[in-house]
Design a protein. Structure first.
Length: 258
């Protein structure tokens, strides 16, 4: 992958470019006529499942330690405030893609002013089991299903809200996954994504999990390329590692898109 530049010497991780032959971009530099790049092979589906299965037991402890829950709720409240349909809906149906232990589903239930029916998918069966145990304990009924966000087992136009927390950056082609999320959203529906951002703390996630390194502009570009409109970034009103590690943006599926 080559990053165009006006100068004779520059470098930048190209998190927003998904045309990379299925590899995760790490580094790109142009030195005169020399074009240097470093890319990393992402985990395949089987390895990603295995790694998440191993991490599942302690996953929610990490979420609690990093204060993800209040941050997720704050971000979703901001996203809902930007969404015109939130003011007129009496009942909502939502899909949580890559639910992990169910944190984003729990946050949405707390952020919505109206009843919300939630479906959630994850590629890891152990994560789903942990999500089921946890969500039942707090009295939240979520329909859980093992599935890949890149091939969602739902009909077109099924959900008012489709969301993903820290999953898109793991995929070789995040725009293709977003397009699948858009497919199952209803026209006028909200698509929300929380993504690991390009910062020094984010580098640890990048090298551990082989993720894209993403800036707010990269994330917004992904949503625009997935044919969403009214794309906007939302920021958590909090301090600490979550703010350093994460960014979020949302967009609306056009009314004329089926």
């Amino acid at each position: 992958m080559l990053t165009p530049t006006r100068s004779t010497s520059s470098s930048a991780p190209a998190g927003g470019d998904t045309d990379n032959g299925g590899r995760i971009p790490v580094f790109a530099r142009r030195l005169g006529s020399w074009h240097l790049s470093l890319q990393r092979q992402p985990y395949d589906a089987a390895n990603l499942v295995a790694n998440y299965d191993l991490a599942a037991a302690g996953w929610h402890k990490i979420i609690d330690r990093l204060d993800y829950m209040p941050a997720y709720r704050a971000l979703l409240k901001q996203a809902l405030a930007h969404w015109p349909a939130a003011r007129s809906s009496q009942h909502l149906r939502a899909l949580d893609c890559g639910t992990g232990t169910g944190a984003l589903s729990e946050a949405l239930a707390g952020a919505c002013a109206v009843p919300v029916e939630i479906d959630a998918v994850d590629i890891s069966p152990v994560m789903l089991s942990k999500a089921g145990e946890r969500l039942r304990k707090i009295g939240l009924n979520v329909a859980l299903r093992q599935a890949d966000v890149q091939r969602l087992p739902y009909a077109n136009n099924s959900f008012d809200i489709v969301m993903a927390g820290h999953i898109l950056e793991h995929l070789p082609d995040p725009v293709a996954a977003l397009s699948e999320m858009v497919r199952v959203a209803r026209p006028g529906g909200l698509v929300f994504a929380c993504i690991t951002r390009r910062t020094l703390p984010g580098l640890w996630i990048h090298f551990l999990w082989r993720t894209h390194m993403v800036s707010p502009a990269d994330a917004e570009n992904w949503l625009h390329r997935a044919a969403l409109q009214d794309v906007t970034s939302v920021s958590p009103n909090c301090r600490g590692l979550f703010r350093q590690l994460s960014l979020a943006c949302c967009g609306v599926k056009p009314d004329n898109q089926c």
